[in-house]
Design a protein around this ligand. Structure first.
Ligand SMILES: CCCCC/C=C\C/C=C\CCC/C=C/C(=O)SCCNC(=O)CCNC(=O)[C@H](O)C(C)(C)COP(=O)(O)OP(=O)(O)OC[C@H]1O[C@@H](n2cnc3c(N)ncnc32)[C@H](O)[C@@H]1OP(=O)(O)O
Length: 277
């Protein structure tokens, strides 16, 4: 069961409720006046998406949906990184059961995040490669601090971004730009990402980032919510249905790839390289 611990109630002009999932991997803050939720990923040092973090995110998303959340900001507690993408250790010599459970939770979490009826904004306060970029792309609006990197870099790692990762990118930056970016596994600077529309706005610092995120939500929350959400989900339904109807095939794709000796070898080298950095 999802146990939430009420940590603190601040009696400021706008009351804020802070919750932490028992794992503390996700910090959830809800403004009592506006209902706006801030979901802060909190798995130091780089918010790599392992099973536990994905599960904490999923449970938080279910809670927000049940509580009719009016708007959510997704951000990170790390100073350098929004999310480093999938946790490489989850994919290094896993058992079949562990790998299947991990990928299935990734699917669950993405489906929930991509299909929220309420508006979502990614406040990207750090690097956002691969799975980190997927999280940002799953929100409706992206705001990023300067001098960080974002993109689907899978090709550069010798692997292929799953179809639904690719679809998310195509839906945002269009066929031609997505094809070029995905073939190259290109990582974009914040400024380049703004230019091609992968992010919508740049912010000067974290404070400006959060202000801009709230401004976006204020605007969205002024719209009739049902009409807003029907249009949103209508735009996203083809991408969602493709994964929902092909979940088993997608898991099989992952399992077939992850257990390839060559993939395990590159994974080991990559993990070593990151540790030596
Ligand atoms: C390579 C083969 C992959 C195999 C895949 C298997 C099957 C394929 C099938 C399907 C496709 C899967 C699609 C995959 C999607 C992904 O998301 S894969 C993950 C891609 N992510 C990255 O390439 C990012 C790697 N990290 C970095 O570039 C940097 O860490 C950074 C995010 C830019 C942050 O830099 P910095 O602040 O300098 O921090 P450090 O590099 O020093 O890192 C700190 C510690 O964190 C560890 N770490 C970094 N990233 C990950 C990660 N993704 N998973 C686990 N751990 C990570 C890093 O090793 C450091 O650890 P220590 O503190 O040294 O112990």
């Amino acid at each position: 069961m999802f146990v939430l611990r009420q940590c603190l109630t601040l009696g400021t002009k706008s009351s804020i409720r802070n919750f932490s999932a028992t794992t503390n991997l996700v910090n959830l803050t809800i403004n009592e006046d506006t209902g706006v939720a801030i979901m802060e990923l909190n798995k130091p040092p780089v918010n790599s998406l392992n099973y536990e973090l994905l599960e904490a995110m999923h449970r938080t998303l279910v809670k927000l949906e049940n509580e009719k959340c009016p708007g959510m900001i997704l951000t990170s507690s790390s100073r350098s990184t929004f999310s480093a993408g999938l946790d490489l250790l989850e994919m290094y010599k896993p058992t079949v059961d562990k790998a299947r459970r991990f990928w299935s939770m990734l699917q669950n979490t993405w489906i929930k995040l991509y299909s929220t009826p309420y508006p979502t904004v990614a406040a990207i306060n750090g690097h956002s490669p691969a799975g980190g970029c997927l999280l940002a792309m799953s929100c409706e609006h992206r705001i990023m601090v300067p001098d960080k990197m974002i993109g689907l870099n899978e090709t550069q790692l010798g692997i292929v971004a799953p179809q639904w990762f690719q679809d998310c990118m195509r839906n945002i930056i269009g066929e031609r730009q997505a094809e070029k970016a995905l073939i190259a596994g290109r990582m974009f600077t914040s400024e380049e990402a703004l230019k091609i529309g992968l992010v919508d706005e740049l912010a000067t610092d974290k404070e400006d980032l959060m202000q801009k995120a709230h401004d976006f939500l204020d605007e969205q929350m002024g719209l009739p919510p049902l009409a807003r959400s029907v249009v949103k989900v209508g735009f996203r339904k083809d991408t969602l249905s493709k994964l929902i109807n092909g979940r088993e095939a997608d898991i099989k794709m992952f399992l077939d790839n992850v257990f390839q000796p060559k993939v395990q070898e590159s994974l080991e080298n990559y993990i070593q390289m990151l540790k030596k950095k």
